[in-house]
Ligand binder design. Structure first.
Ligand code: AMP
Length: 473
């Protein structure tokens, strides 16, 4: 068994790892840390939950010189949620070394971030747009930047950021060391790696070994009217350290949160109708362990990865088997055991059967103190918007134009969520999602396009009422 010390990390970093309580490296860390320490470029095919953040952050921290008041490393992320999450992790790992970590992301005052950069910042973690902005204002200077990390590169591609990523890479020294992490490797990402990485080492982990195969899964048949009482009963019996309770809609999330709060539970709600600021606050409270129970929608909880989550309760049956695997993958992270309990109303039995077929095992009835052997479930790579070519013979797709885009805080996952929910289609049916500043595009099966457009038109996405029409061929 490999230990962190065998990977070539020095005592200061090993102490930091003891501080955060990691006992042994995860597979991606085992594979990526040695070549990173040797100064090699690395492509890591791994997703959230694999421990990829430490895989790139620890080698960087080894080489950062805290006495040098310059930006020495830049980590680019596709979204502000990921930016905040990565920053928190890197800060924890860098604390002993005394390296300063600054987060820069859109939607927050740029002045504050400029001041933070001016005051220091050896490692900068930022979203693509804000980083470019700060470079153009000369608040972010990259001439001493020796490390660049592209985190969740496929997500950057889906969001249309690759050109901007290239611009940023072109402004960093040629001698830099570059690491690219991505859950999937579509051709544009390979091309980016070919053009900007030098002789990279490819490391790859299968997510299944790290995510939901350590989750005990249960179902609980319950009548609609009894759900809230049952939730109280389940929480009382399970005594979770931390639980995420998933509800299908923002309204249901809010109602449930209020009910739980009124019954004396220390809980918080997380959904898309809340301001970005209060969402960040809730996320930090939950991650920091101050809030034991989070009631959330799928979209709001996307990307939330908390290794301390012991329980996932599906208060509402997930809209699809994929969403189910995604939800229960929030618990049982990095080898820890987790428990997932799904409430099933009598009319939802068919939906649960579809989930059982997908995970390949029957899901046992929950009762207090019940235990089952976790099943191997493969979390497929996230494919919110994997561009797919329509091959001969396969279904044709039609493009929809949606008013509402990045400016309204809308992300790829929001649109996939809105289409699957409002039109009742599977996530697979939604392709080629592109979110621009004020518009977005999605492709849906041509035969069903008019119906889908009508169903999604007028939906509320992150507080914006979106309008949908068919694009002209
Ligand atoms: P990441 O994929 O980097 O977002 O990490 C997923 C979660 O696993 C985070 O909550 C980390 O704190 C945790 N983690 C990362 N590496 C380890 C490790 N070697 N041992 C235990 N937990 C870890």
């Amino acid at each position: 068994m490999t230990a962190f010390a065998d990977l070539g990390l020095t005592s200061c970093t090993l102490e930091a790892l003891r501080d955060v309580g990691y006992e042994k490296p995860s597979p991606i860390q085992e594979q990526a840390i040695p070549p990173m320490l040797e100064g090699k470029d690395v492509i890591g095919q791994a997703q959230t939950g694999s421990g990829k953040t430490a895989a790139f952050a620890l080698p960087i921290i080894e080489y950062v010189d805290p006495t040098e008041p310059e930006v020495q490393a830049l980590v680019l992320t596709p979204t502000r949620e990921l930016c905040i999450q990565v920053t928190q992790a890197v800060r924890a790992y860098a604390q002993r070394k005394g390296a300063d970590v600054v987060a820069v992301f859109g939607g927050a005052p740029i002045r504050t971030q400029q001041a933070q950069l001016k005051a220091g910042g050896h490692i900068v973690v930022g979203t693509v747009g804000r980083v470019l902005d700060l470079i153009s204002r000369r608040s972010l200077v990259l001439h001493s930047c020796r490390f660049v990390v592209l985190d969740e590169a496929d997500e950057m591609l889906d969001l249309g950021f690759l050109e901007d990523v290239e611009k940023i890479l072109n402004m960093t020294p040629n001698s830099r060391q570059t690491a690219l992490f991505s859950a999937t490797m579509p051709p544009p990402i390979r091309k980016l790696a070919d053009n900007y990485l030098y002789d990279p080492v490819l490391v790859k982990v299968r997510s299944a070994t790290l995510t939901v195969d350590s989750v005990e899964q249960f179902q609980l048949e319950v009548r609609t009217a009894d759900k809230a009482d049952k939730l109280v009963e389940v929480l009382a019996a399970e005594k979770p350290d931390q639980a995420i309770v998933f509800a299908r809609t923002k309204i249901r999330t809010d109602q449930l949160y209020k009910k739980m709060r009124d019954r004396g539970f220390n809980c918080k709600a997380l959904h898309g109708d809340m301001s970005q600021g209060s969402r960040d606050g809730v996320m930090l409270g939950f991650k920091g362990g101050r809030v034991p129970i989070l009631v959330a929608t799928d979209v709001a909880a996307r990307g939330l990865d908390i290794s301390t989550v012991t329980h996932v309760v599906n208060f509402d049956v997930p809209v699809s088997p994929d969403v189910y695997v995604h939800r229960i993958g929030r618990t049982g992270r990095v080898g820890r055991a987790g428990r997932a309990i799904t409430f099933v109303e009598p009319r939802q039995k068919g939906e649960l059967e579809a989930i059982e077929r997908h995970v390949g095992v029957p899901i046992s009835q929950w009762e207090p103190g019940a235990h089952v052997t976790p099943a191997k479930v493969t979390e497929r790579p996230r494919r919110h918007a994997k561009p797919q070519l329509t091959r001969n013979g396969s279904e044709k797709h039609t493009k929809l134009i949606i008013t509402g885009g990045r400016a309204a805080g809308i992300e790829v996952a929001d649109l996939v969520g809105a289409v699957t929910r409002a039109a009742g289609v599977d996530g697979e049916a939604v392709r080629d999602v592109k979110v621009l500043e004020r518009f977005a595009f999605v492709s849906v099966p041509a035969g069903d396009a008019s119906r889908i457009a009508a169903a999604v038109d007028g939906e509320d996405v992150r507080g914006t009422t979106i309008r949908v029409e068919l694009a002209r061929a």
